[in-house]
Write a protein that binds this ligand. Structure first.
Ligand SMILES: O=C[C@H](O)COP(=O)(O)O
Length: 284
């Protein structure tokens, strides 16, 4: 089964504030996206692919509310906190934090942990305290994965190397896997590989050979965990990624990279079709 993840980042920010949202006003933004994706995804069988959309926290309940009874879409949060409430333990003194049990109770089925933007944030905070050991970030992410799993959420755990780390990518990814997955039930986790050096306008995209090599390395290191390409599954690389046996799906974010850059549901469906259609040998 393939995994198609959608990271909606902060695509809810409207253009007047510098964002990319031209889809809907904030209260309707999540339901607009669900309504315009779930119908088109129904043609894929459950054994063929799962579809998980990661929304910013403010939109989770609206997104869940917009799901039809037999919707192929699972809603996920963009991370969870590394601690949770417990009977006889912390009752919920977690100001500003998003605990996994609440995410689950809101109707979500998954969470995204370790996205490069989350890693950057954590790295930045630790740097201010003079800490640059990567084990610190990976350790925090590990605690988040454990909390997510305790609450019954599926996890997409993202790893990746920056441009400066590329020459020692095996060491960097190896450490992200080793510390991040300590004590974790691997059955409930998919690895998202994000070559950070390759993401963003003007960057050279990672090629098939490189992605294949890294996906093989991840599978070897993790006893065959599923690996999706997280550097952005898009129209330009969907067929190439579909041809890599070691890649089990992709993480889509922006769908449109020039002029009116942004996320557009109809383009998302086209990307899914290009990727999954190619898997089945269909004319995409
Ligand atoms: O979450 C996905 C990655 O950050 C890639 O995002 P992008 O395809 O919008 O550049």
């Amino acid at each position: 089964m393939k995994h198609i993840f959608l990271n909606l980042k902060r695509f809810d920010i409207t253009k007047e504030y510098g964002g990319v949202n031209s889809l809907a006003e904030l209260p309707e933004w999540a339901s607009y996206i669900i309504k315009n994706t779930q119908e088109g995804l129904k043609k894929y069988r459950k054994e063929e692919a799962e579809f998980i959309h990661f929304f910013p926290e403010a939109h989770l309940m609206n997104a869940v509310e917009a799901l039809e009874k037999d919707s192929p879409v699972i809603i996920g949060s963009q991370g969870v906190y590394r601690e949770d409430a417990a009977v006889g333990g912390n009752f919920g003194a977690f100001t500003t934090n998003r605990t996994a049990s609440v995410v689950k109770a809101m109707g979500c089925g998954a969470t995204l942990i370790g996205h490069c933007e989350e890693r950057n944030d954590k790295k930045g905070v630790l740097k201010k305290a003079g800490i640059s050991d990567p084990i610190a970030v990976n350790g925090l992410l590990n605690e988040e994965i454990l909390c997510a799993q305790a609450a019954g959420l599926k996890v997409l755990y993202c790893i990746g190397e920056s441009a400066a780390e590329q020459y020692r990518w095996e060491e960097v990814l190896g450490e992200q896997l080793e510390t991040g997955l300590k004590g974790v039930d691997k059955e409930g986790v998919v690895i998202g590989y994000e070559p950070i050096w390759s993401i963003g306008p003007g960057k050279t995209p990672a090629g098939k050979e490189y992605i294949t090599k890294v996906a093989r390395f991840i599978k070897e290191k993790t006893d065959g965990m599923d690996v999706v390409y997280g550097g952005g599954l898009k129209a330009d690389n969907a067929k190439m990624l579909a041809s890599i046996e070691e890649i089990d799906g992709g993480l889509i974010a922006l769908t449109h990279f020039s002029d009116n850059i942004g996320f557009y549901p109809e383009e998302y469906l086209e990307i899914v079709h290009l990727y999954l259609g190619e898997q089945k040998g269909e004319d995409a």
